[in-house]
Design a protein around this ligand. Sequence first.
Ligand code: HEM
Length: 223
Amino acid sequence: MAYSDNDRFPRFGKAARVVHLTHLVSFFVLFLTGMSLYFNFLSPLNLIFGGANAAKLIHRIAALVFFFGPVLAIILNPKGFALVLYQITHWRKEDFHFIARFFHKFFGQPHDVAPQGYLNGGQKLNTYLLGFGCLGLAFTGFVIWFPEYLPNWLVLWCYPLHSLLAPCLTAVVLGHAYLGSFHPGSGASWEAIWGGSLSRAFAEHHHAQWAQEVDIKLGRVKR
Ligand code: HEM
C-alpha cells in the first residue's frame, strides 16, 4: 500500500473528545462562578447565574462534571489513559530538545526540532501542570465543600490554596488554549478534538516520529 496525502492519523477516541469538551466548558463555568464568589467587584456577575447562592450551586454542579468527567473517560477508555501515562513517564532526549527550543517556537524564531512522538516534550510538561492543577483544585474544593467531616486545620489551609491554585491553573489553561488554537499552524489540532484524527501534513510536522509509527502500524509505506 502506498501512502497518500489524504491519509488520516487516528488520535483521540470518542470518550477523550467528549471529556475534553465538557472539561473545557465546566472549567469556564468554574472560573466565572469562582471569580464572582471571590472578588466583590465581580459580584454583579452573579446576576447572570441568578444570584450568589445560585452561583455557589452552579460552581458545585460544574465541579462534579469537571472531576467525574475524566474519571468516566478513564473507565471507558483505560487503554487511552495508559498510553498517556506511558508517554508522560517516559522522557526521551527528543522531548528535552523540544523544550529547549520552546521559546524559539513560541515567538516564531527559526529553530530545528527533533522528530516528536505521540506527545511532544511541551505536551508532556503541560499534562503534568494541568493534571496536578486540576487534582489540587478538586481536592481543596471538595474539602471546603464538606468541612464538617474534616479537620479544621485542613479546611483552613484549603481555602487559600483553592483561591491560589485557581489563577495558576487558569494561566496554564490559557497557555494551553493559545498554543493549541491560535499559535500559527496549531489550529488544525482541533481536528483531532472534533473528528478524532489529524491530517498527514499536521501529524508529520508536529509528531513526525509518531506519524511514522502509525504508517508502519497501518501498513502504509512511502511511495
Ligand atoms: C472539582 C473542582 C472544584 C471543586 C470541588 C470546587 C469547589 C468549591 C467550593 C465548594 C467553593 C466554595 C464556594 C462557596 O463559597 O460556597 C469554591 C470556591 C471557589 N472556587 Fe472552586 N471548586 C473546583 C474547581 C474550581 C476551579 C477550576 C476554579 C477556577 C479556575 C475554582 C475557583 C474558585 C474560587 C476563586 C472560589 C472562591 C474562593 C473563596 O471564596 O475563597 N474552583 N470552590
